[in-house]
Design a protein around this ligand. Structure first.
Ligand code: TRP
Length: 478
């Protein structure tokens, strides 16, 4: 993100403030809410609405929930502060920030972040395309109808049709085109406006759907599945729950690839990083919890095993619900329209890391960089539209391996190798942290790092199992 563009991004006004950084005078967020909104815009997205419910479904419900909540608070929040510290301290984009923060081989960490953004956006865009397809499907009532002879709900059949093939490829292209257009034209300001509208809209529409879900026959069973943890299940299945919770925690908070570094680079020094991070975490988690309150009652009422639809959970369940409420088409268009905006504002944060790197590294202009990067990401994502197993191929790698690796390396760099600078930066805007700062440092240094390393190891094992199991089977059937 170049400084010239930040004004567009944050919709900065006359009250712009400036401060000195490595590059000289650099703009900062004109209002604190501008930064929080942009960070929330990045965090709230398909991770909350699409990925979260299917992780819960696949990992046994409330047992996952409790682990996930613990991870978000005890690991996600401190890890977010690590990124904030690097960003505000250097006042640079991700790659530049890492380069300035540390020499030697550490400079490759910036390259890793760019690579991760590239991979995530490639399949994120396919799912974003499904969302766009569902806007159309809602308007035409495409997913409303009687179940098939074998009892498969109409919504599930519909998802099966549009999730792969030409439909999926076309909407994947459309989603990337919109992302590229927004970033190339520098109309992020429009997106910020979108975020301001989206946040209340999500809460309102999701609130209505959650109330509707509450009236369904399966609601009681669903709430107990979703909210009352079975510790026995957790103890038996921790090897798969732990990496899933860690991966989801990083994915949903946009951690592990430097997005929050870039955003914090525009913060002024009197900003309290801990309070900002806390608000973002609380808000983002609230949206996920609300999404679950919609999805699970619907799945239970339709007698669908919550783990079954996998990546289709949200599409199948919400579509089912929309078929059953008054004005379902209209609510559907609003719902998927809102989700599309949430997905776009997240996608922009992902592509920006790659684009700003391309501009710096190859000296191309913003338009060229964005177009080339967008086309390349489209190509990388295209195979995902061939079969839904490809979503797992990309997603497990990204969330349970790449993001965790990025997070671990950044924590080693910041909390172990640059502790004094990190603490000093964290104290700005807060006053002396005293023992709180030391607590943060040691929490990040030891328990957080250990949990992340264990999660990563389990994630690698899981990926190896997937590659030799489901994926090998898929390849065998080609
Ligand atoms: N957090 C976003 C979501 O939940 C996705 C996202 C945006 C992201 N930027 C990121 C995930 C950076 C990981 C890293 O949809």
């Amino acid at each position: 993100m170049d400084p010239a563009n930040i004004d567009d991004l944050i919709g900065g006004g006359a009250e712009e403030t400036c401060r000195m950084s490595a590059e000289g005078v650099r703009e900062t967020w004109s209002t604190r809410i501008g930064f929080i909104l942009a960070a929330v815009g990045s965090a709230v997205g398909l991770g909350n609405i699409w990925r979260f419910p299917f992780q819960v479904g696949q990992e046994g419900g409330a047992a996952f929930m409790i682990m996930y909540l613990a991870f978000v608070v005890l690991i996600g929040f401190p890890a977010m502060l690590v990124e904030f510290v690097v960003g505000r301290k250097t006042g640079l984009n991700t790659v530049g920030a890492i380069r300035e923060f540390a020499g030697g081989a550490w400079k490759y960490l910036g390259g890793l972040f760019v690579f991760i953004g590239f991979v995530i956006l490639s399949y994120y865009s396919v799912v974003g395309g499904w969302v766009m397809r569902y806007i159309v499907g809602s308007a035409t009532g495409g997913y409303v109808g009687p179940p098939a002879a074998d009892g498969t709900p109409q919504a599930a059949q519909y998802f099966g049709k549009i999730a792969v093939g030409w439909d999926a490829l076309f909407f994947h292209a459309l989603f990337m085109l919109v992302v590229v257009a927004i970033v190339a034209l520098g109309v992020q300001r429009g997106i910020e406006l979108g975020v301001k509208i989206m946040v209340p809209a999500i809460i309102a529409i999701f609130g209505v759907l959650a109330v509707y879900a509450f009236t369904l026959s399966g609601a009681a069973e669903a709430y107990s599945y979703y909210l009352s943890p079975d510790l026995g299940y957790l103890l038996e299945n921790w090897q798969s729950i732990v990496p899933a919770a860690a991966g989801q925690g990083f994915f949903t908070l946009s951690l592990g690839m430097g997005v929050m570094i870039t955003y914090a680079s525009y913060l002024s020094e009197d900003e309290n990083l801990a309070i900002d991070g806390g608000s973002i975490v609380v808000f983002n988690t609230g949206i996920s919890i609300l999404t679950g309150l919609i999805v699970f009652p619907i799945l239970f009422s339709a007698d669908v095993d919550p783990g079954d639809p996998g990546a289709g959970a949200i599409f199948v369940s919400v579509a089912e619900a929309l078929g059953g409420i008054p004005l379902g088409e209209l609510v559907g268009v609003l719902f998927f329209g809102t989700v599309a905006i949430a997905a776009l504002s997240s996608a922009i944060s992902l592509i920006e890391v790659v684009v700003s790197y391309a501009i710096d590294e190859f000296g191309v202009d913003r338009l060229t960089a964005t177009a080339i990067v967008g086309a390349a990401i489209f190509v990388l994502g295209a195979p995902v539209t061939y079969d839904t197993v490809m979503v797992d191929l990309y997603d497990i790698l990204a969330a349970k391996i790449l993001l965790l690796t990025g997070g671990i390396l950044l924590i080693v760099l910041v909390a172990w190798l640059s502790a004094d600078e990190a603490l000093e930066e964290l104290e700005k805007g807060v006053g002396r942290l005293g023992s709180n700062g030391i607590v943060w440092l040691w929490v990040v240094r030891v328990p957080v790092l250990i949990v992340l390393v264990v999660s990563l190891a389990l994630g690698v094992i899981e990926y190896a199992d997937f590659l030799t199991g489901d994926f090998a089977e898929f390849l065998g059937n080609l």
